[in-house]
Write a protein that binds this ligand. Sequence first.
Ligand code: PEP
Length: 251
Amino acid sequence: MRTPFIAANWKMNLDRAAVGAFCRALRAFAGDAARPACRLGVFPPFVYLPQVVEALAGSGVAVGAQTCHAAPEGAFTGEVSARMLVELDVEAVVLGHSERRQHFGETDEALARKLPAALAAGLQPILCIGESEEARDAGQTEAVLERQLQADLSAVEPGALAGLVVAYEPIWAIGTGRTATADQAQEACAFVRDVLRERGVEADAARVLYGGSVKPGNAAELMAQADIDGALVGGASLDPEEFAAIVEAAG
Ligand code: PEP
């Protein structure tokens, strides 16, 4: 039985005061015994990580970064290493988000270096993959997902990937208000699990999340699918009430 994981990707949003208010609301919500059993995670911008780690200490909510560099240190202006994140008690890291691939030129080759670096430092990676609208229209969805997964995981032994989290995020559904149908999302997430299994990863223990315009109104149907183990939420995770409603719907 895989406990659903609902993750809030704040991207480059909120400010210090809003982050504080969100953490207070989330702490109260996460501590509510009547709340459905979900693992929760928040992924703030780097600069708010110490504030969020402190505000959520002991709450059971995982705090993660939105990316990291593959090297432990060095002449990489503007970058942050996995080791630095761990030093701040950060537990997880999103890798390969489509916005990083699209706007910052993050390649599968770079991800193949980042993934082992994150694991070696003790971070839980959430690896994002997903197809463009053109690829879906051309019937290339599975080919794209398989190519990304095989490339991004290429430098990690399957045995080191126990408890892996992969987020299936079709690019055409991110921030667009256009959600994949429950059938499309289930089909893609089941395919991701099959690829993991074929690679020798313990696929039944891996979590496959769906991301792309998840909202309180569509979360229940998506989360009810057999191979969808949670959600990576962008826009709707900026409001604590909306995020809480998604978590309730997932339970
Ligand atoms: C995301 O940023 O990973 C995401 C899925 O965004 P949104 O929920 O806004 O589509």
